[in-house]
Design a protein around this ligand. Structure first.
Ligand code: ADP
Length: 320
């Protein structure tokens, strides 16, 4: 609706401008013709007066063409700006609607599952093994809720400049190892290959870095087949610390590689869309990495899948 109104308005403005130009030109011609008809043929200055009128008409022609084209160019440039702004706004609105739908789903599902599991545990006396399984499943759902809640809270705080980063010298190797172990417990059926260089220290905010690592690993799990390998690497080369999460999923198409870091952006591809999500994870990862003066990008994994690479620069170097 907004775009129809926009095009109609723009068409109206351009037509009005053309109309104004034609009317002005016609008036100019009529004026010149009238002045010429008023000239007396036997006037000795006829020739020079005639030339003066023709000159004046030509000057007015140029002025009208000049003014008209400047006006047209200004209108076209302004309309391009407005069009881009409106499109951006509409896209954001769509993404926000999707986000709201996704978030409602993401919030309700774990709550519903956890509630059902706890009710079952209360009502029936189950075998120890079943109980364990149910508690494990409930814990997994509450973990999902926890990630979601931190993602939403921290992104809104980082955006509003309200998040106070608590940077400290920390052992990134330890932080990543702990996160991986948590995932190994939550997803015991997955295959892992971890190559974490020990004792890599960086100056960072532990909560933010944890969110970063969790989001990247969670995506690798979410977007790759159950039996495929997930590789995590942490190493330091000179003053650069690099963390990589590599999966064997569908990978990211070339033209989406930048956009996936935008807020609420999710690839509109059926295979990835079946996975639940909000489009906040990678946006937050980028914000966190930038907050630590680092860099995040995604490349293709050699055979299949994607390789998310985060790099930080450290002030001191470790003795190798
Ligand atoms: P969410 O996972 O909640 O949708 P993210 O911001 O984490 O949001 O990711 C944005 C989009 O990038 C995802 O919707 C998905 O399409 C794509 N994506 C992220 N990680 C991967 C991955 N490891 N493999 C394939 N696609 C991915």
């Amino acid at each position: 609706m907004a775009s129809i109104t926009y095009w109609l308005l723009l068409a109206y403005i351009v037509v009005a401008l053309v109309w104004w130009f034609i009317a002005l030109q016609r008036q100019n011609h009529q004026m010149a013709n009238y002045k010429i008809s008023e000239l007396k043929m036997d006037d000795p200055a006829f020739q020079s007066k005639y030339m003066e009128i023709v000159d004046e008409k030509r000057r007015h022609d140029f002025r009208n063409i000049g003014e008209g084209s400047i006006f047209l160019v200004v209108i076209l440039i302004a309309s391009i700006f407005v069009y881009q702004a409106v499109r951006r706004q509409i896209r954001l609105q769509h993404q926000q609607e999707n986000f709201m739908m996704a978030i409602t789903h993401e919030l309700k599902t774990p709550i519903a599952i956890a509630k059902l599991n706890l009710e079952t545990l209360l009502k029936y006396s189950l075998s120890e093994e079943k109980k364990q399984k149910m508690l494990q499943a409930t814990l997994q759902e509450t973990n999902r809720l926890n990630t979601l809640a931190s993602n939403i809270l921290v992104s809104s705080q980082l955006e509003g400049g309200r998040y106070r980063t608590a940077k400290e010298e920390l052992d990134l190797s330890d932080l990543i190892k702990t996160a991986i172990n948590d995932f190994k417990n939550r997803f015991p059926e997955r295959l892992w290959q971890c190559d974490i260089e020990p004792e890599i220290d960086i100056n960072g905010d532990p909560l933010l870095l944890q969110i970063l690592v969790n989001n990247l690993i969670e995506n690798a799990i979410k977007y790759s087949p159950k039996e495929s390998l997930i590789t995590c690497k942490l190493f330091q080369k000179n003053k650069t610390v690099q963390f990589q999460v590599i999966d064997e999923g569908p990978g990211i198409p070339e033209d989406e590689k930048k956009r996936i870091f935008e807020k609420f952006y999710r690839i509109g591809n059926e295979t990835t869309r079946t996975a639940k999500g909000t489009g906040l994870g990678l946006y937050l990862c980028k914000k966190i990495v930038e907050d630590h003066n680092g860099h995040i990008r995604v490349a293709d994994n050699l055979n299949r899948g994607s390789n998310f690479m985060v790099s930080f620069t450290v002030k001191h170097t470790h003795e190798q």
